[in-house]
Design a protein around this ligand. Structure first.
Ligand SMILES: NC(=O)c1ccc[n+]([C@@H]2O[C@H](COP(=O)([O-])OP(=O)(O)OC[C@H]3O[C@@H](n4cnc5c(N)ncnc54)[C@H](O)[C@@H]3O)[C@@H](O)[C@H]2O)c1
Length: 342
């Protein structure tokens, strides 16, 4: 549920008679977003727990630290956790809340573009395990998601752009012509960000409503993620390349998986070229050597979306026309990287 104003968050708190309110922040959102949250919400009776910013905090050690904090500050089954931050904080906080005392309520207050348009919604919570992204987690929806683009004022340009990849992905899977890629690129990503966030997060919400537990239809949201997640995981452990942000990795996943879509399902080649150009306007090109590609393929074999011992992809026949559970030859995987590197 989207919470569009602060009186609604106060209403949720009043209606549920929570025994205590805990805020989870990372070091940056503690510095940049907490004052705004207090000022706008008027909530002053809370305890806050702050974790280090960055993907490394999506770990079991950080969970232990926060669970300990809740324990020693009288956390109980009627406590509420409010996660204020980007996807790291909402993934982590959602998981901590869902597992603490068999589950307490949580609200997400996303403070990055990526989180406002994607991560804060849909109930996927979790942490990384042994360098594999999101390997441990549960699906559990937040009590609400408060959207306020004023938090984006302090976000770096790099992090702002990081959110675009998921917006592009939503524009590729939606059957709503008005929101498809060709119309998305008419928006100004600064001026129109409020409209973009509301319109494109609704694409995800619609999919999740139909299939919360990803038994089928929800898999379409994984377009770009089979390769993208493996690239992101590889960039964390590899000495060959710099660590990539989630959006950067998903942009790579989109380009390579669209190429595969072209080869298997005849996705329009000219369209791939314009999508590739558009993505390269925002995201730097990364050079992948043969050895990198082989390691990425290895990581994909551990990917949680696999079953029947095969890596499964989401591919596109055309924009708005995704097909799930597709198997792809290794040879085509390497060709897709050739296309990306070209
Ligand atoms: N659960 C899902 O459905 C889902 C979907 C997509 C991505 N994700 C996850 O989301 C994570 C990435 O999220 P992200 O891109 O938001 O990264 P992030 O949470 O790491 O935030 C990016 C950086 O911006 C800082 N920051 C956040 N808000 C700020 C603000 N308003 N002002 C200044 N600095 C601010 C953070 O401290 C961090 O350093 C990944 O772990 C990814 O796996 C989850």
């Amino acid at each position: 549920m989207i919470i569009d104003n602060y009186s609604n968050i106060n209403q949720i708190i009043a209606e549920n008679s929570y025994s205590s309110v805990f805020l989870l922040l990372d070091t940056n959102t503690d510095n940049h977003c907490l004052d705004l949250f207090i000022k706008k919400s008027g909530i002053t009776d809370f305890k806050k727990v702050v974790v280090k910013d960055g993907e490394e905090s999506k770990s079991i050690d950080t969970c232990e630290y926060v669970w300990e904090y809740l324990n020693s500050n009288n956390g109980d089954r009627k406590s509420l956790l409010i996660n204020i931050g980007g996807g790291v904080v909402t993934d982590l906080g959602g998981f901590i809340a869902s597992t603490y005392l068999r589950g307490i309520d949580f609200i997400n207050v996303p403070t990055t573009v990526l989180c406002m348009v994607d991560a804060a919604f849909g109930g996927k919570t979790g942490i990384n395990f042994k360098s594999i992204k999101n390997q441990i987690g549960v699906i559990n929806k937040p009590k609400g998601v408060l959207i306020d683009i004023d938090y984006l004022e302090t976000l770096s340009k790099e992090e702002y752009i990081n959110g675009f990849a998921e917006i592009y992905k939503h524009s590729l899977i939606t059957d709503n012509v008005e929101l498809q890629f060709k119309n998305l690129i008419k928006f100004d990503f600064r001026e129109d960000i409020n409209e973009i966030i509301h319109k494109y997060s609704s694409i995800k919400n619609k999919v999740v409503e139909l299939d919360l537990y990803e038994s089928n239809h929800r898999k379409v949201l994984n377009l770009g993620h089979t390769i993208g997640h493996a690239v992101e995981s590889y960039s964390i452990i590899s000495k060959n390349m710099n660590k990539l942000k989630h959006g950067e990795a998903i942009a790579i996943g989109l380009i390579t998986e669209l190429y595969i879509s072209h080869k298997i399902h005849g996705f329009d080649h000219n369209e791939i070229i314009s999508i590739k150009e558009e993505l390269f306007r925002h995201f730097n090109k990364v050079k992948f050597k043969d050895i990198d590609q082989k390691e990425i393929l290895k990581i994909m074999s551990y990917d949680k979306k696999n079953y029947d011992n095969a890596v499964k992809y989401v591919l596109l026949k055309s924009i708005g026309n995704p097909v799930i559970d597709q198997e792809v030859d290794n040879e085509l995987f390497f060709k897709a990287f050739e296309f990306y590197n070209d």
